[in-house]
Design a protein around this ligand. Sequence first.
Ligand code: AMP
Length: 216
Amino acid sequence: MLVIMGPVGSGKGTVIRRLCEKHSFYRAVDTGEILRKKSQEEGPVSREIRQYLDKGLLVPDELVSRILEEEIAFSRRDSEVFLLDGFPRNLRQVYLLEEMLKKLDITLKGVFWLEVSEEQARERMRYRRVCSECGAIYHMKNLPPKVEGICDRCGGSLVAREDDAPEIIRQRWKVYKEQTQPVREWYKRKSLLFYVDASGTPDEVLRQIEIWEEKP
Ligand code: AMP
């Protein structure tokens, strides 16, 4: 397993999608997307998740970890490498991930930290649109679709994510600074951390990860 981390708007989702398109041995696990899907279902757990998503707050650690473990155990195939997006986001989740991987007998090979300035990340989110059908990610200025509002891949309509509203973005950044940055220090001490300059194009970011992967 590889973990892809970075601030809100650093382009984790875009990079992971491209890696999966290029290399069939990668399998993406996007925590935010799994939670968004779960929040659309009926029942008390879905309602609880929705409350956190709507405010830009972290869903309780044990709950996210349980949902994630089910997803990983279910979608597991031999010879595939998981690319984990959005987890762990605080130190408690670091511990929960360790426990989960031990149980599933999966090795964490590295943590890629996508570095981007706050200004650039905010700008990316302002222009972000996602396909309501297949989840493809666009940037209305730098990576626009061929036809406005329509996904190039599947023809689905493009929408802004509800939690990309300015006041929720502010809250998500606050959570990131307070809770997620200590995770970086933890993995650094464990010598598992690799910095990636995420200020360039998706291809430039991809290349930095691929170079690391090519090393023996
Ligand atoms: P993302 O798509 O990664 O930006 O995540 C969207 C939202 O999902 C976050 O603002 C949180 O409410 C929730 N979320 C995603 N990952 C986690 C996590 N590891 N722990 C708790 N909540 C999460």
